[in-house]
Design a protein around this ligand. Structure first.
Ligand code: PMP
Length: 356
């Protein structure tokens, strides 16, 4: 039976990425060796790294004066590297969920953190709108897509100071205005590749302004100077990321992704708004994530939750159980998710409703 992979991350990847990576596991770039057993300093791997960095710049139209890095330690390490490198005395954060809260916790180790607004009062099911960002903060940190709660900031906010964004779960899903950001980071394991690589896009000029000493490995400058080869990078994950980047370019880039992502999300939200058994957890359509669609059973049907999970599982749906802090369901429909799988989930919801 066909499996429809709705996991939140690690998550679905293009067939192209998996096929090319499988080939390279036995014969990488005609070397007769595995991509796992070739030096990161070999000309073949250096070419992988350079093309991956160049494609990120091309696909996101990154202006001059920015560096693209592939680091390790996940997005979680960026929670601390960002304030370590960019925060003098003060920074501002928007609290839109537990990832944002974790970023705030780390930033507090380095200075004065202004939490400009939080949607915690409603279990993070909306994006706060009316907030004031202090003009003297070094940056304003947002989590553009909140993987657990299914909310997304679908445009780059204008707040008068540079932005920093955790784009772990929506990077490359739509065009963005990189010039508004001092730094963007993303764990690779949703829209790019396997876990193990973290993408950082950083404005060179924003660095070198803090007084504190920064440990070598946690200093962005180290990795810029050595082109992400200061130490051994995550070679296999970066190879896989490159394949996804090539696939993205071949398939029309981020503009084309945005178009299909809008269509896929609409299929699911329209059904959630129509089907009497289910309710979406995010009510404001402007805040609804195109990457993670979260929903619960309608109050009068809560006892059917397990039945629906079993029903959908029997139809090949995988990974639709909601995050433990929210409950219910979550369908993650990243770039690589075909519309057919979204349609299959919608049909499962309709069939389930008919049987009740
Ligand atoms: N930020 C967001 C928005 C996430 O979804 C996740 C993980 N799923 C993280 C940060 C943490 O990423 P990592 O596991 O790579 O540290």
């Amino acid at each position: 039976m066909k499996k429809h992979n709705f996991y939140a991350g690690p998550s679905i990847l293009p067939e192209f990425t998996k096929g090319k990576t499988a080939e390279a596991v036995t014969n990488f770039a005609g070397t007769g060796l595995s991509v796992m057993e070739v030096s990161h300093r070999s000309k073949e791997f250096v070419a992988v790294m350079s093309e991956a960095q160049a494609l990120i710049k091309e696909l996101l139209q990154v202006p001059d004066g920015y560096s693209v890095l592939f680091l390790q330690g996940g997005a979680s390490t960026q929670f601390l590297m960002v304030p370590y490198n960019l925060m003098g005395k003060k920074s501002a954060y928007l609290n839109t969920g537990s990832w944002a809260s974790k970023a705030i916790k780390e930033a507090k180790l380095f200075g004065d953190v202004v939490e400009v607004a939080s949607s915690k009062d409603a279990n993070f099911n909306y994006i706060p709108k009316d907030y004031v960002v202090p003009a003297d903060a070094d940056y304003f940190h947002i989590t553009s897509n909140n993987t657990i709660y299914g909310t997304e900031l679908l445009s780059d906010p204008d707040v008068g100071i540079p932005l920093v964004a955790d784009m772990s779960s929506d990077i490359l899903s739509r065009p963005i205005d990189v010039a508004k950001y001092n730094l963007i980071y993303a764990g690779a394991q949703k829209n790019l590749g396997p876990s193990g690589a973290t993408v950082v896009i950083v404005k060179d000029e924003a660095l070198g302004k803090v007084d504190r000493p920064i440990p070598t490995m946690l200093n962005y400058k180290t990795h810029i100077d050595k082109e992400s080869m200061f130490n051994t990078p995550a070679t296999l994950p970066i190879f896989a990321c490159l394949q996804t980047l090539r696939w993205l370019k071949e398939n029309g880039g981020v503009e084309a992704m945005e178009k299909t992502n809008i269509e896929k999300a609409a299929l699911l939200y329209n059904e959630l708004d129509r089907n009497k058994l289910f309710v979406p957890t995010v009510t404001d359509p402007n805040d609804r994530s195109r990457m993670n669609v979260t929903f619960v059973m309608a109050p009068e049907y809560t006892e059917l939750e397990k039945d629906f999970l079993d029903f959908a599982t029997a139809k090949g749906m995988v990974g639709i159980k909601g995050h433990r802090s929210v409950g219910g369901f979550r369908a993650s429909i990243y770039n690589a998710m075909p519309a057919e799988s979204v349609k299959a989930l919608v049909e499962a919801m309709q069939d389930f409703e008919k049987n009740k």
